[in-house]
Write a protein that binds this ligand. Sequence first.
Ligand code: ADP
Ligand code: ZN
Length: 212
Amino acid sequence: MNIILLGAPGAGKGTQATKISERYGLPHISTGDIFRANIKNGTEIGKLAKSYIDAGKLVPDEVTCAIVKDRLTWDDVAKGYLLDGFPRNLFQAEELDKFAKIDAVVNINIDFALLMDRLCGRRVCKECGESYHVSTLGGKTTCERCGGELYQRKDDNPETVKSRLEVYEAQTAPLIEYYTKKGIILNFTGTEAPAEVLFAEIAKVLDEKMGL
Ligand code: ADP
Ligand code: ZN
C-alpha cells in the first residue's frame, strides 16, 4: 500500500510516520529528512535546499519532485511506502500522479493554535529522529529511546515557523480537497493527547484497509 501523510508542520506527522512504518513494514520517505541529510553531508542539493528551509519556504518543485521520483525506483518500495512531507502543493501532487499510484492519504487535522508552541519547543534526537517537547524534558538533553543527543532544528524558531504555517495554509491545505475528490483521504484529528492515542485510531483504519 502506498500512503501519503498530510498535515501541518507540528501536527505530528513524523511521529506517526515512524509508527506506521514500523507496524506495516513500509519505508518511511520524508523529503524533509532527505534535505536535512543532504545539508549535513554538504551536497549540491543540500546547499540549494538550505536557504529555502531556513526561510520556511518550499524547496523548488523541480528538485523535490526529482528526488522523490528517484527514491520510488528503489527496490524497498515494492510492497509499498509512506510519503511524509510530499506532496506539499498541487503541482507536486499532479507530478506524483504521473509516476506513482497512491492508495490512501492519512490527513492529520490540528488546531493551529497548538502549533507555534509545539514547534518552537520541539527537540529532536540526532540519532533516531524521535521528537520531544522541552516542557517535558526537565532539562534532559538526551533521547529516552536511544541516548542520542537532542537538538533544536534551525527552522523551529518563531519567524520561520510562521512562514511554514503560512505556506501550509496557502499551498498544502488545498491538497485535502484534491485527495478528498479522489476518494482516498482518511481524516484524523491531532490533539494534545499522547501520540499513541492518535496512532491507535490510524492503525485501526489502516488495518481494515489492508485486510489485517
Ligand atoms: P515540517 O513538516 O515540520 O515543516 P519537514 O521536515 O517535512 O518539516 O520539512 C522541512 C522543510 O523542508 C520545509 O519547511 C521545506 O522547506 C522543505 N521541504 C520538505 N518537503 C518539501 C516538499 N515536498 N517540497 C518543498 N520543500 C519541502
Ligand atoms: Zn533517539
